[in-house]
Design a protein around this ligand. Structure first.
Ligand SMILES: NC(=O)N[C@@H](CC(=O)O)C(=O)O
Ligand SMILES: [Zn+2]
Ligand SMILES: [Zn+2]
Length: 430
């Protein structure tokens, strides 16, 4: 593997520009470096960060390779600056056993663009009725460390309690898609003024908040780690603040998606299902509170909930369209727009919410590490001043369902390194 010399980058966007020499998979030297044999990258004006870690990605393999494969999703991840992603279990067949999680793990290694960690299902077939074999998946070659029925809520409190109790013995984390299903029967859009005006059945904030409160209490009693997926309401922020105060550090963690930071239910005017997502786009007030909570650390991290869907499942009547939107290649830009340009986070803060905290939550030893000599070279180089225009057809994913179509966004990933190897540069692989 050739060494790479990154010339003149500002690490975490701080201090004077330095040179960073990467060789043999690690950061070999930082300072004023000459290395005649290395490939030189001119990083003038750019920011060097630890590679991003996405706790919430849908890669659709096995089952819906017409919308995304582990290979195309890995490409999107690498181009988006990610060095590790967690692939959700709601595939077909469901990743609720060792055979499937090992398959996903192996396919990720073969693609070799990003570390793909399979998430195991909490219940058999995501049906919410019977616990899956968490221990077998945890001890498999895939070494599953996160379990989730995402797409569905583990709604039965007894099943959720058992899952949390087992998780403590296995040292894994349960990630909940918090949605009380009895409160969202037929729901189509955030319950409020906009849904009433447009004639959509309302999706109440309480469906999310009641499960978050319940599960924080269950986790406390079980002494278990609990992660809350895609937080979308101001009320959930209040519940999380209460639970984190009461439980002490470490037990509860939470993620927010880029789309819930930037987009609101104002966009529903057009009736375009590209804006349909679970949980739904909320109000501007919710988005403002989510940004503040992320800056403050009440919400720990950003996760994409990258959810590719086929044209026929999106370009149809709202009520039957599938929920979900692409996210891997646009996450950094949306975070730059909503958090950096607004002064809510500096680049060190971006490293925290997109790399360090997610790596800690999932227990990854080699990701989210400090950018220092001797550390694994999982790195991303970002041009903070550049802008680009999003075009779904140009993204690496098979599907094209981006809600940011035609938008001009700041923050461009120019280089991604996985263990010292260039996985993406300037929007392309390798
Ligand atoms: N977010 C979504 O709207 N959809 C996800 C499922 C999920 O994350 O709940 C999907 O798998 O398509
Ligand atoms: Zn979900
Ligand atoms: Zn999801």
């Amino acid at each position: 593997m050739t060494a790479v010399l990154i010339k003149g980058a500002r690490i975490y966007g701080e201090g004077d520009p330095v040179d960073v020499l990467v060789s043999d998979g690690v950061i070999a030297e930082i300072g004023s470096v000459e290395a005649p044999d290395a490939e030189v990258i001119d990083a003038t004006g750019q920011v060097l960060l630890p590679g991003f870690v996405d706790l919430h990605t849908h890669l659709r393999e096995p089952g819906r390779e017409d919308t995304e494969t582990i290979e195309t999703g890995s490409a999107a991840a690498a181009i988006g600056g990610y060095t590790a992603v967690f692939a959700m279990a709601n595939t077909d067949p469901v990743a609720d056993n060792a055979v499937i999680v090992e398959h996903v793990w192996r396919r990720g290694r073969e693609a070799g663009l990003v570390d793909v960690y399979p998430v195991g299902a909490v219940t058999v077939g995501l049906k919410g009725e019977k616990l899956a074999e968490l221990g077998t998946m945890a001890k498999s070659a895939a070494n599953v460390r996160m379990f989730s029925d995402d797409g569905h809520c583990v709604a039965d409190p007894l099943i959720m309690r058992r899952a949390l109790e087992y998780s403590t013995a296995l040292g894994v984390v349960v990630a909940q898609h918090a949605e009380e299903p009895r409160l969202t029967v037929g729901a189509q859009a955030n319950e409020g003024v906009q849904a009433s005006r447009l004639g959509y059945a309302g999706w109440p904030a309480s469906a999310e908040e009641s499960i978050v409160a319940r599960d924080c209490i269950l986790a406390k009693h079980a002494g278990a780690r609990l992660h809350i997926c895609h937080v979308s309401t101001a009320g959930t922020v209040d519940v999380l603040r209460w639970a984190k105060d009461r439980h002490g550090p470490g037990l509860i963690s939470a993620e927010v998606t880029p789309h819930h930071l930037l987009l609101t239910d104002d966009r529903l005017e057009t009736y375009d299902p590209v804006n349909k997502v679970n949980p739904p786009l909320r109000t501007a007030r919710d988005a403002t509170r989510l940004r503040a909570a992320l800056a403050e650390g009440v919400i720990d991290c950003v996760a994409t909930d990258h959810a590719p869907h086929a044209v026929q499942d999106k370009d149809c009547e709202w009520a039957v369209a599938r929920p979900g939107m692409l996210g891997l290649q646009t996450a950094l830009s949306v975070v730059t727009e909503t958090m950096v340009r607004t002064g809510l986070l500096d680049w060190r803060g971006v490293a925290r919410v997109m790399s360090e905290r997610p790596a800690e939550i999932a227990g990854l030893a080699d990701q989210g590490r400090p950018v220092e000599a001797g550390e694994p070279a999982n790195l991303v180089l970002v041009d903070p001043d550049a802008e680009w225009t999003v075009r779904g057809a140009e993204l690496a994913s098979v599907a094209e369902n981006t809600p940011y179509e035609g938008m001009r966004l700041p923050g461009v990933v120019t280089l991604t390194l996985l263990r010292g190897r260039v996985t993406a540069r300037e929007g392309k692989i390798g």
